[in-house]
Each structure stands twice: as structure tokens, then as C-alpha cells.
Design a protein around this ligand. Sequence first.
Ligand SMILES: [Zn+2]
Length: 120
Amino acid sequence: MSTPWPRASYFNDGTAAARHAMEDLELVERANWLELYRRKSDDSYWRLTAAEKYEQRFLIRIENVQGWSSFDSAPLERQLLLERRGGLGKEACITQGCSQPVVLGSAFCLEHTYERGVRK
Ligand SMILES: [Zn+2]
């Protein structure tokens, strides 16, 4: 029996959680700074951003293996960012022309915070 993993999560090298996950993953393919893994215990597929390229790595479940390297995980990453920050604030984003509420701890809305390269 294997515990289900969240659809998307932060992957932090050197942590017990990351080591534990890696024990269950085998590398299938690499492309464009992305790595495709198969989870041995339930035969599911997962994508990890390459360690050399990205400051923050994400472990994302891939439903369609065919298009694994082009799958757009930005919405899932934005959702994680929002959850990690604890939600939205009352003020509006300071980007000109944007009236979306800010992410807590940011002067920008979710879209514009993410756009600036912030991932957590
Ligand atoms: Zn904005």
C-alpha cells in the first residue's frame, strides 16, 4: 500500500521527505530541465524540475505521459504559493491597471507575484 501524494508539492533536496520520495521514484526521461519519474509503488508518473536550473523544485503528478514535458504546471505552482502564503490580503495589487487582491506578504496579486519569479 502506498500513501497518495498531493498533485503538486514543493520538493526540497536534503529533506527526509525528499529522500523518502526519491526511494520510490525511478528516472524515466529528462528534457528541458525537467525530469520524468515513475513511482514504483503505484505506477504513477511524476515530474520534477531539475535541481541545477530552478531555485525551487516542484514535484507534480503527470496524468498524460505523452505530453509530460510540455504540461503547464504554473496554475498548480501558483496554488501552492497561495496556500503557503495563507491566502489573499485586503489591499489591491500595486501593478498599474491591476485590481486583484494581494497575496499575503506581497504587494502583488497572485499572478503578478508569480510573474516576478516568486515561488514560495
Ligand atoms: Zn496584479
